[in-house]
Design a protein around this ligand. Structure first.
Ligand SMILES: CC(=O)N[C@H]1[C@@H](OP(=O)(O)OP(=O)(O)OC[C@H]2O[C@@H](n3ccc(=O)[nH]c3=O)[C@H](O)[C@@H]2O)O[C@H](CO)[C@@H](O)[C@@H]1O
Ligand SMILES: C=C(OP(=O)(O)O)C(=O)O
Length: 435
């Protein structure tokens, strides 16, 4: 079994470069299907398991996808099928982001229903509401959702009941090829939405208002592949900000725009962390003592749910009572049980977690319950007494490139090992050794 083993006690120092944003690149790759002419070239793409999965989804439907040296080239101009099988959706929910592009370009899309996951039930009703408003028929059955439209989708006025990131992405991509104008209200305002709109506009779309709660899309007849460079990953950046703070370290996080991590900066400053904006990134200096605070996750520009578990690791080290309230997903506290194994005094009350600190964190064998939980447990391991062994690394690999290697370069005592490889090597040695 693969594990990351970390021994606590090292202060992190130096600089780390942030990758392209996972949650921006997945919708951009999915949206590249809308181009009936030309290739798209996407730069600053992180080599993540999720990126490999979305590439496979596109290839399975007939697109040509090449990933070389941080750049992806997509050619979706050849014949394509319009179905994404369960094997991919099961691996990665973001596979549902092909629904909008397929429907708008080919008039048909069939994708396995994503189902729930470790952080909540995650329905797609708002995506479907948007497609229906644009004239699509929606059929749900046998574990699939199937969408059809006779002729082009029609522009519509759509109000989202919740500002869903995925629904906003699916709907603006579909509306880019619809006939007439679409006005999407109460939509998500995340930086990843702005990045997607910028990419679509380079392809010839007419989208205004991305980053605000109302987006207006004038549909066009055809879109052409375009060149685009992905924004930096604000969640990876936030994760390294916690790594610096929790170890009383001093780390420059390169390539991130402070505007994209404003909520995380504010809450960490409240805890006493020193944060300086520098020419090429953000410098984070951890204090000797952290102050207890309360955090509530919210849609952007609120505190991101994808930073909740990493922030929990930091808050466990603060003096006094801290509370985290999770309002975005109904069940994103699976990591609490793992933190308890590390000696955290922590309880769940409804949608809140209450912690008494500072915790005398102790190394333990723990499992990553989702990708951010995996990162959070490693962060806690950086200051825990003794060795922390984190398993279920498949989750971590969905969202972090070489996480242990980057921490090691900052001075952490950390390694990634594969027990099976060790066991096989040990067995082989025994076989070949003569006494
Ligand atoms: C690949 C990607 O970008 N993933 C991010 C995206 O996920 P994702 O796009 O799946 O998240 P959403 O913004 O859609 O979900 C937010 C909330 O809305 C609810 N909802 C969503 C859609 C819908 O049709 N009906 C509905 O009720 C969800 O159950 C959840 O409670 O945004 C989340 C919220 O910032 C992040 O945690 C994920 O990392
Ligand atoms: C929850 C996340 O991603 P996904 O929506 O792909 O599961 C995340 O990035 O933290």
């Amino acid at each position: 079994m693969e594990k990351i083993i970390v021994r606590g006690g090292r202060q992190l120092k130096g600089s780390v470069k942030v990758e392209g944003a996972k949650n921006a690149v997945l919708p951009v790759i999915a949206a590249s299907i809308v181009a009936s002419k030309g290739k798209s070239v996407i730069h600053n793409v992180p080599a993540l398991a999720d990126v490999f999965t979305i590439n496979e989804v596109l290839r399975s439907m007939g697109a040509e996808v090449a990933f070389d040296n941080g750049a992806i080239t997509v050619d979706a101009t050849k014949e394509m099928t319009t179905e994404a099988p369960f094997e991919y959706v099961r691996k990665m929910r973001a596979s549902v982001l092909v629904l909008g592009p397929l429907l708008a370009r080919f008039g048909h899309a069939k994708v396995a229903l994503p189902g729930g996951c470790a952080i909540g039930s995650r329905p797609i009703d708002q995506h479907l509401k948007g497609f229906e408003a644009m004239g699509a028929s929606v059929q749900v059955g046998n574990g699939f959702v199937e969408l059809r439209t006779e002729g082009r989708l029609q522009g519509a006025k759509i109000y989202l009941d919740v500002p869903s990131v995925g629904a906003t992405e699916n709907i603006i991509t579909a509306a880019a090829l619809a006939e007439g104008t679409t006005i999407l209200e109460n939509c998500a305002k995340e930086p990843e939405i702005v990045d997607l709109a910028n990419y679509l506009n380079k392809m010839g779309a007419k989208i205004v208002g991305a980053g605000t709660e109302t987006i207006r899309i004038e549909g066009v007849e055809e879109l052409t592949g375009a060149e685009h460079t992905m924004i930096a990953d604000r969640i990876e950046a936030g994760t390294f900000m916690v790594a610096a703070a929790i170890t009383q370290g001093d780390v420059l996080i390169e390539g991130i725009e402070i505007e994209h991590v404003r909520a995380v900066v504010s809450k960490m400053e409240e805890m006493g962390v020193i944060i300086k904006e520098e020419a090429n990134g953000i410098r984070v200096i951890g204090p000797e003592k952290l102050t207890a605070i309360d955090v509530k996750t919210l849609p952007h520009p609120g505190f991101p749910t994808d930073m909740q578990s990493q922030m929990m690791a930091l808050m466990l080290c603060a003096e006094g009572t801290s509370i985290i309230t999770e309002t975005v997903f109904e069940n994103r506290f699976m990591h609490v049980e793992e933190f308890r194994r590390m000696n955290a005094k922590i309880k769940i009350e409804g949608r809140s977690v209450i912690m008494e600190g500072p915790t005398d964190l102790q190394g333990a064998e723990v499992a990553a319950t989702d990708l951010r939980a995996g990162a959070a447990l490693i962060l806690a391991g950086l200051i825990a007494d003794g060795y922390t062994r984190v398993t279920e690394l498949k989750h971590l690999d969905r969202g972090y490139v070489n996480f242990h290697g980057k921490l090691e370069a900052l001075g952490a005592d950390i390694e990634r090992v594969n027990d099976e490889v060790f066991e096989e090597a040990a067995a082989a040695m025994e076989e070949t050794t003569t006494y």
